[in-house]
Design a protein around this ligand. Sequence first.
Ligand code: BG6
Length: 481
Amino acid sequence: PNYPHDFPQDFLWGGATAANQIEGAWNQDGKGLTTAEVVRRASDRKKMSMGDVTRASIEAAVADTTDTHYPKRRGNDFYHRYEEDIALMAEMGFKVFRFSIAWGRIFPNGDDPTPNAAGLAFYDRVISTLEKYHIKPLVTLSHYEMPIQLTLKQNGWASRATIAAFTRFTETVFTHFKGRVPYYLTFNEINTGTWGFHETGALDDGLSADAQLQLRYQALHHQFVASALATKQLHTIDPAAQMGCMLARMQTYPATPKPEDVLAAQQADQRNLFFTDVQARGEYPEYMNRYFAEHHIQIAMQPDDQAVLKANPVDFISFSYYMTTVTAADQGAAINGNMATGGRNPYLKESAWGWQIDPIGLRITLNAMWDRYRKPLFIVENGLGAEDKLEDGQVHDSYRIDYLRAHIQQMKEAISDGVCLLGYTMWGPIDLISFSTSEMSKRYGFVYVDQDDEGHGSLRRIKKDSFAWYRKVIASNGADL
Ligand code: BG6
C-alpha cells in the first residue's frame, strides 16, 4: 500500500522567535513598556521567574529606566540587526520565519487612540527583508507580552475590556500587513495562562490557589473570545491568510499500567488539550465542567460568547514541543506546560535544565493531535537549550544536531503515519534571551550571539556547527539528516 515517505515539497522549514526575546530597543521609536520587560533574571537557573512579579515589583521596574536587571529589554538586538539575521536565515534556506509583533510597539499603552507609525514601520522593514529572500512570515500576535499599562490600569486579561483593546491591535495589524503575512497565531502557549502573569498580564499574587485558578481561567476565557474575534477579522480583512492557535503541548505518560495512573495521565492530557479543544472545535469540552466545579471556578460569559467561539475556530493547530512528562494517581494534580516540573521518566535523558528529551513522544503527539482535530498541524517550537562553548571562534554543538535530527526523524515517521504537517520552526535560530529564566547563556541557536547574561559582549553573530547541518537538512527537504 501507498503511504508518504518524505516531507511534502512545500514543507515550511524555518525558525521561531518572540519580540521580547530578540528585539531590544525597548524604549525606542515610541514603544511602550511591556509585561515581559519588568521581569528580572531568575536567581535559580532551573526556576521559571515569570511568576515572581508583584504590583510593587512592576512599579519599581516601571520607574527603572535602565536595562540592567531586565534582559528582555536588551534581547539580542534584532531591532538593529534584523537585516544581518534574516540574511543568515536565508543562507540556511529558511522558508518561514516565526516572530511576534509587539503590541506595545504599535499601541504603547495598549489602547491609544492611534497606532504608532514607527512601530508599524519596523515590522514593514522586517517583512520587506523576508520578502527579498522569499521567506514567509508566521506572525504571533501575543507572545508572552502586553503593554504594562493594561496590567496597571485593568489587570490585563482579567478584564473583559482587554478584548476590545486587543482586537483593535489585531485589526490594525491585519489591515496594515494585508496580503503579506500568510500565517498568524493569536496567543503563544495559551495553556500556560494557568500559571499566571506572563500569559494573562494579570496580577494574582496573594490569592488562594482556587481564587488564582478562577482569575486565570476567566482571563483565559477573555483570550479565547479575543482569539475567535481576531480569527473572524482576519478571515474578513485578509481572506487568503490563515489563523492558528498555539499550545505548549506536553504529552503525559502514566507512571505504571495501573488504571488509576492511566486515568491520571488522561486527565492531565485533557487539561492540556482543553485549550486546543476550545480553539479548534469552538466549544468548551464537557470534562472541564467537572474540573471547574471541583475547583469552585465559574466562568462569566456574555450571551454571544459561545456563538463567537463556535463560529470562528482556527484554521490550523500549532504547538511547541520540548518534553513529555509522567504522572501517577497518588502524585496529586498533573502538570501542564513545558517546564521541568513533572515526574521523571527513567527511560529518557534530559537537558542541563532538566527538560526530558523525547523524540518518539513527538510522533505520538503528532498522531494524537491529528486524530483528535483533523486540522493541519504546525510545530512552531522545538529545540535544545544548552550552554554552548565558544572556542577559537567555533561552537561544536553536535548535541544540538543530535537532538534536532532525532526529532525530525520522528516528524518524518508521523508524516508516513498520515499526519498532515505544514512545517517546523525550530526555536531560537539565533541565540536569544530565555523565556523562563531570562538568561542569555541558555542558548538554542544555529548562530551564536556574543552576549553574556549581564548584557556584555560585541553582539557579533557566529555560525555554530549546527548551522551548516540545518542548511543541508533544508536543502535536501529532510532527506539528509
Ligand atoms: C516556550 C516559549 O515556552 O519555550 C518561548 O514559547 C521559550 O518563548 C521557549 O523561549 C524555550 O523556553 P526557555 O525558557 O528555555 O527560553
